[in-house]
Design a protein around this ligand. Structure first.
Ligand SMILES: Cc1cc2nc3c(=O)[nH]c(=O)nc-3n(C[C@H](O)[C@H](O)[C@H](O)COP(=O)(O)O)c2cc1C
Length: 180
């Protein structure tokens, strides 16, 4: 795939096969993600490679947040547990609002780098900001201090079971102003 095709065919995937993708590919994706532009070289990333026990606890949290319906609770648990890998995304807290804003931009660029690299290998992703992934209890489960870092969701990684339909993107003219 050339870069244009990769950009156009990448989708946020909700349904993953249980197949494990190699750790080495995920590690390489994360290492490459550190090459995102990073103003002031703040190195804001706090990635956490979530193990099975932690994921089970986050799955329970998601199930609890979804309420008492057992079908919804199972789906909520499966959602967290099924993808091959789950990486929690966080950034270091900064006193300065602008710095925090820039650091979040860096994280966003990083996620896209990782996502595109994985997609080149036929591995799909979803950046999830579901309530469970940033919940006050998620800090304790993941082992992070809310005073020091800010959770920004999780990156789900795995082989796609169902590729979702391509959502519309309105034409550029709708978003581009030109000045004299
Ligand atoms: C910061 C961020 C948070 C997101 N959070 C979620 C989420 O919690 N759940 C979800 O299903 N998709 C989430 N997405 C994915 C978007 O919904 C998705 O990009 C959008 O529907 C367009 O689909 P596409 O990525 O396949 O083009 C998130 C995307 C971003 C950039």
């Amino acid at each position: 795939m050339d870069i244009r095709e990769m950009i156009l065919t990448r989708r946020t995937v909700n349904n993953y096969t249980p197949e494990k993708v190699p750790d080495s590919v995920v590690e390489e994706a994360l290492a490459l993600s550190l090459w995102a532009p990073n103003h002031k070289l703040t190195y804001p990333w706090v990635y956490t490679w979530l193990g099975a026990e932690t994921r089970a606890r986050l799955g329970d949290l998601n199930a609890e947040l979804k309420g008492a319906n057992p079908i919804k609770a199972k789906a909520a648990r499966d959602n967290v547990v099924t993808p091959s890998h789950l990486i929690s995304l966080a950034i270091k807290r900064s006193e300065k609002v602008e710095r925090q804003h820039e650091d979040y931009a860096t994280l966003s660029c990083s996620v896209q780098i990782a996502t595109m690299f994985l997609w080149q290998h036929g591995i799909a992703t979803k950046w999830s900001t579901g309530g469970w992934s940033m919940h006050p209890r998620a800090y304790e489960i993941i082992g992070l201090s809310p005073e020091e870092v800010k959770l920004e969701g999780c990156l789900m990684i795995g082989r796609p079971q169902i590729m979702p339909p391509t959502p519309e993107r309105p034409p550029l003219a709708q978003f581009l102003r030109r000045t004299t």
